[in-house]
Design a protein around this ligand. Sequence first.
Ligand SMILES: [Zn+2]
Length: 430
Amino acid sequence: MHKYMLEWVMFVVMLLLPLSGYAQSSDSEADVAFFEPSLRVGILTNQPSVQISANANYDLVDTGAGKKLASFRAGDRITIGMQDGVLVINGAAITAKGIDVVVKKDDALYYIEQLVQVNKRRYRGDLSIHRTAGKAGLTVVNTLPVEQYLYGVIKNEISPEWPLEAVKAQAVAARTYAMANYNKHKADGFDVCSTTDCQVYGGRESEAPRSLEAVDATRGLVLLYNGKLITAYFHSSSGGYTENSENVWLTSLPYLRGVADFDQNCPAFKWEKKLTISEFNQAISKAGYNIGSLQAIELSPLGNPPVTSTDRGVSGRVKTVRLLGASGSVQVSGTKMRSMLDLKSALFDINLTATVPKTVLPAYSPNTHFINGNPTDFIMVTGFGWGHGVGLSQWGAKAMAEKDQPGNTEYFKEILKHYYQGVQIKKAYL
Ligand SMILES: [Zn+2]
């Protein structure tokens, strides 16, 4: 559609809309926003300098004053840096609060994909550069419509070559995460960052045709519980059963309940990690626990889910482990043990090579594993799954989608409703 025709159609549609800017959807429960929102993505922070370019002519504009600072031609590569607290463009100091990279949109360019480039990566949307809060370097923000942001996210979170219904389920979860995290990094001048802290976003270089297909097929769809956007956690593989949120992060969310998973084909479904007693002791002291050399570990044996032991969650994930040392003891959370020992998940069992008569420490529970101090002994950790185990399991979604009837293009909703209990799936915008 030609640009002016598109604008004319938008104008007519706007006249037909209620003044609120919202259109009542056919489903009376939800209002659907007419316009797709934009998202500010922090793609780099605290950089001494960045290289900028665009595939069309572009201006640099002072963010605060709106004044044009410089003009460049398509393909010109420039360097923006910070030197002694002053912004510099190609080595020349300027006085500006920040710099917007404004690509000149003319009729000729309307027919090509307009991209900006930062260092070696290309991005859709707009760019702005400002001083990193409290640091000496620069922050680069890529502002673009949510759907185009998702184009650059999906491939980093799930293989786009997996069954499309699984990729679509991931797209809805990723969109919900983005929509629920506006202003997460407000203090740094953007909404979401581009790392695993939020969702890994790589711009145009991270796009794949099937990612775009999954995003387009679910355009605007988000997950709600009682009318509010949910916290759409996802992970690689739960190890057979997902976990209640409060058993991992202490916050109980009604839609994040443990359910049966179908992730048995994940390569990390079952794993083992062998640690010597001295490696285990090093991990304990590195974590700051001064309990002396390890004498025993108290943890109930892992049974089949739903698990009811008080030290484990419903999936069997470790909630707490007791480590007993020569000069003290400490109770450690499963999440802490996972990071201390660098485990794929907190769903694990502990086995020792040495068996020590229970009479050595008779006061302890039958769940206690004793260590006899032989330096050649080791502790075998046997575990299941990869990740925190809360919400959508990607390997489980894949297995569900593989069993789906061919041509059922609504099956992603079944996947989402399994891993997020009691949710509604609605369009947030048209
Ligand atoms: Zn973040």
